[in-house]
Design a protein around this ligand. Structure first.
Ligand code: HXC
Length: 257
């Protein structure tokens, strides 16, 4: 059996592919554990500056594996912390994580994409939280991250009607950063990821942390956090290099310190 998660290093980017094509990349513990392990490895590798998670042309992931979970009882789901036990590993990554989504990102698949720092969508992408059709509800952030991304009205509409949102609507509503022709999705995403990875990693991490703070704090607290980090960035050697390079009209050579 082929591994359900594939990972490779391309330049300065760690690429993770969900690999259950026979089941529309449905998520089970092995997939989530595999993604967690790949993130652990990429986080530990100083040469990597950005991580990309993708699926295949038909599906990023069509949700949690329905056949696998259908007969669970409460105690089993609770005791095993079904699927979400490793879930937040994507969120806790300190390096940026980009979801490159083609085809279906439904249920847990949409929730996984939303846990990434941003989503680049192929023009074939379809997002949705169709759990209501199965007699259940989103269980890994769909009712919480989706309203923060697209607002209450659209989140309610998607969660309560189970309809899918295409890439154009997803971009218009703020869920998606870019829409890219499907045949260029991975190349374009990797290009952006290499650009990010070419900057100073500590500064990249500071920016990620600061933007994420916006969702966890009041505006004043967030601004204070940003100012403290901005001041702290003067202690980063790459700041000296970046500004000196600008003044000297040359390309900066960042050293991640
Ligand atoms: C298990 C799945 C699956 C899933 C698709 N498959 N989605 N298996 N779990 N979530 C399997 C199908 O059973 C089928 O297997 C194969 O993938 C191809 O799917 P088809 O349905 O034949 O393809 P298509 O007609 O193109 O429809 C694609 C689809 C549909 C629209 C994505 O498969 C679908 O609606 N899937 C379920 C989506 C969903 O409800 N997701 C939410 C899950 S709950 P066979 O063997 O028949 O070929 C959830 C809760 C998360 O995510 C909570 C915490 C994480």
């Amino acid at each position: 059996m082929s591994p359900v998660v594939l990972s490779e290093i391309i330049g300065k980017v760690g690429l993770i592919r969900i690999n259950r094509p026979e089941a529309m990349n449905a998520l089970n513990n092995d997939v989530v554990d595999g993604i967690g392990a790949a993130i652990d490895a990429f986080e530990a590798d100083e040469a990597i500056g950005c991580i990309v998670i993708t699926g295949n042309e038909k599906a990023f992931a069509a949700g949690a594996d329905i056949g696998f979970m259908k007969d669970f009882d409460y105690l089993h789901a609770y005791k095993t912390d079904f699927i979400t036990r490793n879930w937040e590993r994507i969120k806790t990554a300190r390096k940026p994580v980009i979801a490159a989504v083609a085809g279906f990102a439904l249920g847990g698949g949409c929730e996984m994409a939303m846990m990434c720092d941003m989503i680049y969508a192929a023009d074939t992408a379809k997002f949705g939280q169709p759990e209501i059709k199965l007699g259940t509800l989103p269980g890994a952030g769909g009712t919480q991250r989706l309203p923060r991304a697209v607002g209450k009205a659209k989140a309610m509409d998607l969660c309560l009607t189970a309809r899918m949102m295409d890439a154009v609507e997803a971009e218009k509503s703020g869920l998606v950063a870019r829409v890219i022709p499907a045949d260029q999705l991975l190349d374009e995403t990797l290009k952006a990821a290499q650009t990010i990875a070419g900057f100073s990693l500590p500064v990249v991490m500071m920016i990620k942390e600061s933007v994420n703070r916006a969702f966890e704090s009041s505006l004043n607290e967030g601004l204070l956090f940003e100012r403290r980090v901005f001041h702290a960035a003067f202690a980063v050697a790459d700041q000296k290099e970046g500004m000196a390079a600008f003044v000297e009209k040359r390309k900066p050579a960042f050293k991640n310190r």
